[in-house]
Design a protein around this ligand. Structure first.
Ligand SMILES: Cc1ncc(COP(=O)(O)O)c(C=O)c1O
Length: 334
């Protein structure tokens, strides 16, 4: 026999979510100090791969769409258009499908097959642009199409302030709530949204916290990431006075990113994408610089941007490292 008092208490305690969008954010921090090269340094990974559509970009996709709805830029049934070679496109397509917006994603023709498959799963129309033109080619084509179709909604993550705002309002506060001892924050640099939003929030809480960007060397590729000196500075970086937020940049090569991606999975059981390996590689460099002979102690939080599923076809986890490195070079990632 069911005890009615117990049942009422159980139902009261049950947490229900209105829909899957409520599951975006509130991702866990996991201690991976076993990877730390320095006993005075704790390393914590923020697992953004646990978002429902698989990446840190779920946050900005939700925030850009909801803000566009609020300010009247996006109305029921209106088409969304966005250039994206990966996570942002997938998250936007998923949310657009739930909310009933048609969506067109422009992407270079040489992105990994899993990305196209995910976009197809979420019902996006895909327009491919020449791989040789990279993601900047897709951005240009999207800008031209948006001009031809002023009735479409172009969200443009590189200049849309809802991107850094999403991190200012959610990712940053979560890190501060879960780990007020944080001394360093390390993340890869793509649109710069994560670094701007989290960096601004954490510095407002404690201006001593160091914000460190991870970039590939100019001309080399690490998925999801770009080098600010490669000729394009995302407008959100200037709008948020990025030079006042970033304390340092660390350059991480594709091979180190792959090596650290493998360490995450083998030594911590975290099956992450390759930019997460880049963030870890940056965090390890920062950890090595903390003076072991002083009383300094550091707590470094770094971002695990997405899971490894979309990169399986690249051989990143299991191929010979030289082969995996060569394969990674061929793929356009941001
Ligand atoms: C896999 C991955 N990692 C990192 C980033 C960088 O994040 P942000 O755009 O917030 O700078 C991106 C952005 O495209 C990404 O797709």
């Amino acid at each position: 026999m069911i005890n009615p008092t117990k049942l009422v208490r159980y139902l009261e305690e049950m947490v229900t979510n209105e829909n899957v969008l409520d599951l975006i954010g509130n991702t866990p921090l996991v201690d991976v100090s076993n990877l730390s090269p320095n006993p005075r340094v704790r390393l914590l990974a923020k697992l953004e791969n646990q978002n429902p559509f698989g990446s840190v970009k779920d946050r900005i996709a939700k925030s850009m769409i909801e803000q566009a709805e609020k300010n009247g830029k996006l109305s029921p049934g209106q088409r969304i258009i966005e250039p994206s070679s990966g996570n942002t496109g997938i998250a936007l397509a998923a949310i657009a499908q739930i909310k009933g917006y048609p969506i067109t994603i422009l992407m270079p023709d040489n992105v990994s097959i899993e990305r196209r498959q995910m976009l197809a799963v979420f019902g996006a129309e895909i327009i491919v642009t020449p791989g040789a033109e990279g993601s900047n080619g897709a951005v240009k084509r999207a800008e031209a199409m948006a001009k031809q179709h002023p009735d479409w909604c172009f969200l443009h993550q590189y200049e849309n302030e809802s991107n850094p705002f999403a991190h200012y309002e959610t990712t940053g506060p979560e890190i501060w709530r879960d780990c007020p001892e944080v001394t360093h924050f390390v993340a890869g640099l793509g649109t710069t949204g994560t670094l701007m939003g989290v960096g601004k929030y954490l510095k407002e809480k404690n201006k001593g916290i160091k914000i460190i960007a991870v970039e590939p060397p100019i001309g080399e590729r690490v998925e999801g990431l770009r080098n600010l000196d490669d000729g394009y500075i995302p407008p959100v970086f200037d709008k948020w006075h990025g030079r006042n937020i970033l304390d340092r940049k660390r350059v991480v090569r594709p091979r180190e990113s792959l090596e650290c991606t493998r360490r995450l999975v083998r030594e911590c059981g975290i099956f992450a994408g390759i930019s997460s390996g880049a963030s870890l590689a940056g965090a390890l460099k920062v950890a090595s610089e903390v003076d072991q002979s002083s009383n300094d102690e550091a707590v470094i939080v770094f971002i695990v941007c997405d899971g490894g599923w979309k990169y399986l076809s690249t051989g990143a986890y299991t191929d010979d490292l030289d082969l995996a490195e060569a394969a990674a070079e061929k793929i356009i990632y941001f």
